[in-house]
Design a protein around this ligand. Sequence first.
Ligand SMILES: Nc1ncnc2c1ncn2[C@@H]1O[C@H](COP(=O)(O)OP(=O)(O)OP(=O)(O)O)[C@@H](O)[C@H]1O
Ligand SMILES: C=C(C)CCOP(=O)(O)O
Length: 283
Amino acid sequence: MVPTIDAIIKIGGSAITEKDELETLKSSALPKAFDVIRKCRESGATIIVVHGAGSFGHHHAKKFEISKGISSSINEEALKKKMMGFSLTRQSVQKVKSSHWYEQNIKCIKYHCSRISWRTNKHEPVGWPRETICLLLKQNFVPVLHGDACMDESDGFSILSGDTIIKTLCSHFDVRRAVFLTDVAGVYDRPPSEPDAQLLKSIFVKDDGTVDQVIGTSQSKNDVTGGMLLKLNTATKIVSQTRGRCLVFVCALDSCDSCNIICSAESTEADLLNTQCTKIMMA
Ligand SMILES: Nc1ncnc2c1ncn2[C@@H]1O[C@H](COP(=O)(O)OP(=O)(O)OP(=O)(O)O)[C@@H](O)[C@H]1O
Ligand SMILES: C=C(C)CCOP(=O)(O)O
């Protein structure tokens, strides 16, 4: 049986870390994330949490070019360096401390995206721990997952983003909402740092999976998973592959609307009119 998930929540690396500073958490952000998760649980929602890596993971992955995989002509010295980079990337992601998650009394289990549990081929997941996630949900735990450096069947190594994990979960489970919590209010028509950037309240996905709006994006200099562009591609794929059954939202972690967006079961257009977020849905 396909489990129904009320919401998959991405706690973005931009929201919980300083992406330009190596391995730096935003001290006030994790409590906010736990607050959101706790409130969703109190509302009775079945949720899965995926956290981003931010300044944990991306820096090492970039330095050692992990997402380029292992070239067939690589020499022994370069291979050694690559393997060290793979290991450092994975160790770095683990530093977004496991203990934080279960100390919060939310019944979360952080499930590491280990080499064995998630495998990719050409950077797309081909093996993942479906049964374990189903078992955690059945036992009323909140599975907490994250992206990582993974083994790739074609390229040796790959970088698997939490956003891609969410896309995979949405194509195998009956997910009603995917909510990306970041450090900005939603998707803007251009990078929010640019003058006159406008928040887009809605993005409509056409039958062919494309969107009409022209959206300019940028990404942090250390980002190896594509920044807002990957998020937008992921969001449109989720909406089109579920034929709009799963709604996607992008919203700020510190928005007072985030719990409403995640938990209110059937919030209407009108309910969301005054919320600061972007809703991505079928045209
Ligand atoms: N058009 C845009 N609309 C909104 N944000 C944008 C846009 N272009 C660039 N950005 C930047 O994208 C960032 C959010 O995307 P990012 O990929 O960093 O999210 P994340 O999921 O929080 O990060 P991570 O991948 O580390 O988990 C914001 O900090 C914002 O400045
Ligand atoms: C960079 C790594 C290790 C993967 C995490 O990707 P994210 O979820 O896009 O932050």
